[in-house]
Write a protein that binds this ligand. Structure first.
Ligand code: AMP
Length: 279
C-alpha cells in the first residue's frame, strides 16, 4: 500500500494507474465498517484510495475534536490488510491551504437543518467542504460512504447533484458488532458500563420499525423510543422517523416510499448516532 501526505505525490500515482479510482474518506480510528468500504471498492475493480483526515471544520465541539482517537500506524496496517492500494493522510495545511477559502456554501434545504443539523450547527457545512475538497484532490470515479451516517450521505448526494460532480456515490450498509451496536470510532471511548448499554440503540430502532408496521403513529413511537433510551441509561438527543429522501417527518408507514429512523444519544460523554431503514 502506498502512503502519501502530499497531494502531488497522490495525484502522480493515480494518473499513472489507469484504473478507476474508488475513494473512501475517513477520520481514522478504523474498524470493520471503514474496511468494508475498501473491500467494496476492490470488488468493484477500483484502485482503492482511503484518506485519513480528522477534519477540524466539522467539529462544533472543540473537546470532541481534541478527544477524537488517532492511531495512524494501526490504521495503515488495517487498510493494508483489507487490500487498500493507497492511503492519503494529509496535514491540515495540505487540505486547507492558508488564505484560500474553500468553504462549500450550498443550500441543502431541510437536509442539513433537521436532526444532526439541529444539534451540531456548522457540522454539515464543514463535512461538505472537506468531502468536496477531497473529491477535487482525489478525483475518484466512485465515492464509498456508509449508511451509518445517513444524513451525511443524503447531503453528499445532494452536493454531487448540485455541483454536477463526476462521481458515483456508493452506499455501504452499516456494519455492526454482534450485539447490534453500529461500529464507530467513538465506541473506543465508551466505558464498560456504557458499552453494555449502547446496543439498546439498535434494539429500539428495530422495535420502532415493528411498531410503525403495526400501525402505531410515528410521533407516539418517537416519544416511546426516547423513553426507552433514557430508561436504559442513555441521554437521547433525538429519535425521528423521516422520509428517507427528504428527511422530513412522516406520520405513518403508508406516507412515503422510503422511510428511515435516525437517532442520536449520549452514552456517558460519548455521542452515538445510528439509523435503520424501514423501507
Ligand atoms: P468516519 O471516519 O466516522 O468519518 O467515517 C468514514 C466513513 O465510514 C463514512 O462514510 C462512514 O459513514 C463510514 N462508516 C462509519 N462507520 C460505519 C459502519 N459501522 N458501517 C459502515 N460504514 C461506516
Amino acid at each position: 500500500m502506498y502512503i502519501f501526505k502530499k497531494i502531488t505525490d497522490l495525484q502522480r500515482l493515480i494518473r499513472q494507474s489507469g484504473v478507476p479510482v474508488g475513494f473512501a474518506p475517513t477520520m481514522g480510528a478504523l474498524h470493520d465498517g471503514h474496511l468494508e468500504l475498501i473491500r467494496m471498492a476492490k470488488q468493484d475493480g477500483c484502485l482503492a484510495v482511503a484518506s485519513i483526515f480528522v477534519n477540524p471544520t466539522q467539529f462544533n465541539d472543540p473537546k470532541d475534536l481534541e478527544k477524537y482517537p488517532r492511531m495512524p500506524e494501526k490504521d495503515a496496517a488495517l487498510l493494508d490488510s483489507a487490500g487498500c492500494d493507497v492511503l492519503f493522510i494529509p496535514s491540515v495545511e495540505e487540505v486547507y491551504p492558508p488564505g484560500v477559502d474553500l468553504t462549500v456554501s450550498l443550500d441543502f434545504g431541510a437536509l442539513d437543518q433537521v436532526m444532526e443539523g439541529k444539534f451540531r450547527p456548522g457540522h454539515f457545512k464543514g463535512m461538505a467542504t472537506v468531502v468536496n475538497r477531497l473529491l477535487d484532490i482525489v478525483r475518484p470515479q466512485r465515492l464509498y460512504m456508509g449508511q451509518k451516517d445517513y444524513q451525511q450521505l443524503s447531503i453528499v448526494r445532494d452536493m454531487i447533484r448540485q455541483l454536477q460532480l463526476p462521481v458515483e456515490l456508493v452506499m455501504c450498509p452499516t456494519v455492526r458488532e454482534p450485539d447490534g451496536l453500529a461500529m464507530s470510532s467513538r465506541n473506543l471511548r465508551l466505558s464498560l458500563e456504557m458499552r453494555g448499554i449502547a446496543p439498546i440503540i439498535h434494539q429500539t430502532l428495530q422495535w420502532a420499525k415493528k411498531a410503525l408496521e403495526a400501525g402505531q403513529s410515528a410521533s407516539v413511537i418517537q416519544e416511546e423510543a426516547l423513553e426507552k433510551l433514557q430508561a436504559a441509561g442513555l441521554t437521547p438527543e433525538y429519535f425521528e422517523i423521516v422520509n428517507g429522501i427528504t428527511l422530513l417527518p412522516v406520520t405513518s408507514a403508508k406516507e412515503a416510499t422510503s422511510i428511515v429512523a435516525c437517532t442520536a444519544a449520549f452514552a456517558g460523554e460519548v455521542r452515538l448516532i445510528d439509523n435503520l431503514v424501514f423501507k
